[in-house]
Ligand binder design. Structure first.
Ligand code: FES
Ligand SMILES: [Fe+2]
Length: 443
């Protein structure tokens, strides 16, 4: 958690022009370092869900950009985000992804830190000079100055000041609300572990792709055509019941259908796209015993009209810039972790909805597996493309990417959404670019 902004001499406004980002934003390690300082050590970064750290001492390990951190439930029930680097010689404290602890003991020389990050014990402390005192706050683990939860979604900022979390999230609180409201019991929990992939490309490529409605017909053509050629009718006795086949086929909409999907982009860099999975076991069109039971449970909680409104919110990727992707309709999230200028980790998690039939969770897990697992026949296409984009940009032949598609039709859409488009558009990319420019220029 280095909080000293570096001394960079780059014309950010010129790198990030509305018509397209300069290629060096994806390839230059100096720009990557600047992103870590000005975006990842200042903005609100998603660090986990409260269900991952229910009890005092529960922790999970995650990243805020290149800074590895621990989200820790405190004795008083509050949350802290601590640096995962020992203050003696910098050793990584916790190697496990999650657990429960009463203290964090460094594996190197056994300095021990409390759940609040304060240094509690140093072996052989009598060997240190008199000026060394364990209670010295600078010997404690660095702690994120701001940690806040919005309906269980925990965000942290390494800057002491900045916009409030709800201002930062803006209209994207709708997506989180919708996911939580889908639970008849009013609570959701991350369950079943996570999928994790690493791709050889810049972190920005993921969000730039996620709401790009032109690429699926081309990038995912092989799985679309395989699904369409398959003559096998879904066998109701099979656990998948044609869900994967239906998902693969869904990427093969006609250009007219893709263009009809609404895109929304916000000043904060967030964006969302309308839904396009019209069939499949979790879609609101599905009528079977599981969905009926689920709908009735939701109606018992919210009433018929509100339950219909909740299930009727038909969106696919809700991108909370810079790193979170909330897919409320299918009960999952994806998180982007930059590693270096040309390396990124992606994690996918599924939620169990309290009060919903177990089968609803199993369907969400299958959806996540078919979409973003390392063995996915869909996401593997995107990862291959990210690597190819990165290699192309690193070759240096292209000084600037082109993000002009639909630029003249970006229509202001009131206070909630800065822009809305109902045509094929790179509007989501332009929203991300503008937010990037703003955070990167701010001193
Ligand atoms: S590096 Fe952690 S105790 Fe020495
Ligand atoms: Fe894709």
């Amino acid at each position: 958690m280095n909080d000293q902004p570096g001394n960079f001499n780059i014309d950010i406004a010129d790198v990030a022009r509305d018509e397209g980002m300069g290629a060096r934003a994806y390839t230059d390690p100096v720009i990557f370092d600047l992103e870590m300082e000005r975006i990842f050590r200042r903005a609100w970064i998603f660090v986990g869900h409260e269900s991952q750290v229910r009890k005092p001492g529960d922790f999970c390990r995650t990243r805020m950009g290149v800074d590895e951190v621990l989200l820790v439930r405190q004795q008083d029930g509050s949350l802290r985000v601590l640096s995962n680097a020992c203050t003696h010689r910098g050793t990584r404290l916790c190697a496990g992804s999650s657990g429960s602890a009463i203290s964090f003991v460094c594996p190197y020389h056994a300095w021990a830190f409390g759940l609040d990050g304060k240094l509690k014990f140093v072996p052989d402390v009598q060997s240190y000079p008199a000026s060394f005192t364990i209670s010295d706050p600078s010997l404690g683990l660095k702690s994120a100055p701001r940690v806040e939860s919005y309906r269980g979604f925990v965000f942290a900022s390494l800057a002491p000041d900045g916009p409030a979390l709800t201002d930062f999230l803006g209209p994207m609180t709708d997506a989180i609300d919708n996911l939580v409201d889908r639970a008849p019991g009013g609570e959701i929990e991350i369950a079943g572990g996570s999928f994790r992939v690493r791709y050889p490309g810049n972190w920005k490529l993921h969000h730039e792709n996620a709401n790009d409605t032109v690429h699926p017909s081309f990038v995912h053509e092989s799985s679309v055509s395989t699904a369409n050629k398959s003559k096998v009718d879904p066998d109701p006795r099979l656990i998948d019941r044609g869900q994967t086949k239906g998902m693969m086929a869904s990427n093969g909409l006609t250009p007219k259908d893709w263009n009809a999907i609404e895109l929304n982009g916000m000043a904060q860099g967030h964006s969302f796209m309308g839904g396009f999975y019209k069939a499949g076991l979790l879609s609101r069109q599905t009528e079977d015993e599981v969905m009926r039971t689920y709908r009735e449970a939701l109606e018992a909680t919210h009433g018929v009209q509100k339950a219909a409104d909740i299930l009727g919110m038909d969106r696919f990727n809700n991108l909370v810039w810079p790193t979170l992707n909330v897919n409320a309709q299918f009960h999952q999230i994806r998180v982007v972790h930059p590693v270096s200028v040309n390396e990124t980790i992606l994690e996918g998690y599924c939620f169990r909805l309290a009060g919903a039939p177990d089968e609803i969770f199993h369907r969400a897990v299958r959806f996540l597996g078919a979409l973003v697992s390392p063995a996915s026949m869909i996401f593997s296409d995107d990862l291959e493309i990210f690597g190819r984009v990165q290699r192309g940009l690193e070759s240096g032949v292209l000084p600037r990417l082109d993000s002009r598609r639909g630029i003249e039709k970006d229509a202001p859409a009131g206070e909630d959404c800065s822009y809305r488009s109902t045509t094929s558009s790179e509007l989501p990319i332009r929203s991300q670019l503008r937010a990037w420019r703003e955070w990167m220029i701010a001193q």
